[in-house]
Design a protein around this ligand. Structure first.
Ligand code: FES
Ligand SMILES: [Fe+2]
Length: 461
């Protein structure tokens, strides 16, 4: 490591010195949180909205991150983003979502106005101002950098930061092969968790917790898992025949669908159920391969038959690297399985609270009528209305935040083989907090976005 990089990193409080150990203060220390606010969030690409939230000209949505707020609006010249502050004396102009096609944005204080394109259209009593104070470039809404990917608008407060695509890396192509840009919302939930934003994310960055947190899924893992036998000495796949494996796979997909919603859509479960009578080999592994081969073909056919913009699942399964969880630094997730996906976005609120959103996304025909949610249904994190799987994850999180404060808990101790994603992105965070060269950070980000169950990797510094 170059000396300048090293000396910058050494200044980061509670920095990671051993990639397998993550200091606990990073999840609650107020000064560390302030440093993230100053050095991370103003310099990263952030998923600001799904474009389907703003389908018509004039539709807008407010994206907030800590004390910053941005208006994302669909204009006749494309989707634009503006800093959400009146150019007179700073009043926040828009809250939530709405349509500004006819009225534009009107400041409630002295009534200055802007059109959909952010151009100032009215200043009350212009003659009482010096002309230079009202210079057009000064009083049009201030634009914020914006780019688009996977059916979403991303914003970045830093005009000098490397581009969105450059920061995403190969995950962009993996998701495009699965038509991520054509996905539509099935549902959208949100909850406030009493945990640090990073802690919340990390519950979804490894599968090692499945045995204990999601036993219903563990028991239906027909091909076992990479960790060996469970605490009761059982390998989930012990001695299965081909037919048993087939049934277990179908039960697994059904359970994943009801428990998680997004990852497996009900239309896909219906196709899987239709394969229960399939003739399969007695060998569990061969039966598994035959089942998934057929399932991929049949789901593709069924969806195309309905006019859905489905990709060729068999072809993608063969040609494109697959990860059941894809993380896009710093706070966005897509979870592909067959044709549908779940998606998460996690935003810090305070050092020890965060907003966690979950979408269920599906490929449905472009012209199919659907009552697309305009905002998330916000539920308490322990609400029985959450699907089973996130509810199980949310149960652990507040306890974990409490445990971090208990005496003698100094470090998270990570598995180098399967909890590497946590270490990788946390070390990238240190790079941001140290103010390293933006190109170096973008290169690190491309490595961090390398998929679920990643081992600890070299992120370039
Ligand atoms: S603060 Fe907005 S018009 Fe004065
Ligand atoms: Fe989980």
């Amino acid at each position: 490591m170059a000396d300048d990089v090293k000396s910058l990193l050494e200044k980061v409080p509670f920095r990671i010195t051993d990639p397998e150990l993550i200091p606990s203060q990073r999840y609650y220390d107020p000064a560390f949180f302030e440093l993230e606010k100053e050095k991370l969030w103003p310099h990263v690409w952030q998923m600001a909205c799904r474009l389907e939230e703003i389908p018509r000209i004039g539709d807008y949505v407010e994206y907030t991150i800590l004390d910053k707020s941005v208006i994302v609006v669909r204009t006749k010249n494309g989707v634009k983003a503006f800093h959400n502050a009146c150019r007179h004396r700073g009043v926040r102009l828009a809250t939530g979502a709405g349509n500004c096609k006819n009225a534009g944005f009107i400041c409630p204080f002295h009534g200055w106005r802007w059109n959909t394109e952010g151009e100032n259209t009215f200043v009350f009593g212009k003659q009482v101002f010096s002309p230079e104070v009202l210079d057009k470039a000064e009083i049009d809404l201030a634009p914020c950098r914006i780019d688009f990917w996977a059916g979403c608008a991303f914003i970045n407060f830093d005009d000098q930061a490397p581009g969105l695509r450059e920061s995403l890396g190969p995950v962009a192509e993996r998701m495009e092969a699965r038509h991520a840009d054509k996905l539509k919302m099935d549902w959208w939930y949100g909850t406030v968790l009493p945990t640090n934003w990073k802690l919340a994310m990390e519950a979804f960055q490894e599968g090692y917790h499945t045995m204990k947190t999601h036993p219903q899924l563990h028991q239906l893992s027909a091909l076992g898992n990479p960790y060996g036998n469970d605490a009761d000495g059982m390998a989930p796949n012990r001695g299965m025949t081909g037919q048993q494996a087939l049934n277990t796979h179908i039960d697994f997909l059904a359970r994943l669908s009801s428990g998680m919603g997004g990852m497996v859509h009900e239309t896909e479960v219906a196709v899987a159920e239709s394969l229960r009578d399939m003739d399969v080999s007695d060998d569990a592994l061969q039966a598994t391969m035959a089942f998934y081969g057929r399932l991929h073909e049949d789901i593709t056919k069924e969806a195309l038959g309905r006019g859905a913009p489905m990709f060729d699942i068999s072809k993608v399964a063969q040609e494109v690297e697959f990860h059941a969880v894809e993380f896009m630094f710093p706070h966005f997730f897509l979870l592909p399985m067959l044709g549908a996906m779940s998606s998460y976005r996690i935003r810090p609120l305070t050092a020890e609270t965060c907003l966690f959103e979950i979408w269920s996304l599906v490929l449905r025909p472009e012209d199919e009528a659907y009552d697309t949610p305009k905002q998330p249904t916000i539920l308490p994190y322990d609400s029985p209305d959450f699907p089973e799987i996130p509810r199980q994850d949310y149960y652990n999180l507040p306890l974990q935040q409490l445990g971090l404060h208990a005496g003698e808990f100094k470090f998270m101790r990570l598995s180098k083989d399967c909890e590497g994603m946590i270490s990788n992105y946390q070390r990238l965070l240190d790079g941001y907090l140290a103010g390293l060269d933006p190109e170096k950070l973008a290169a690190g980000s491309r490595v961090v976005n390398c998929g679920f169950e990643s081992p600890i990797r070299d992120i370039g510094f």
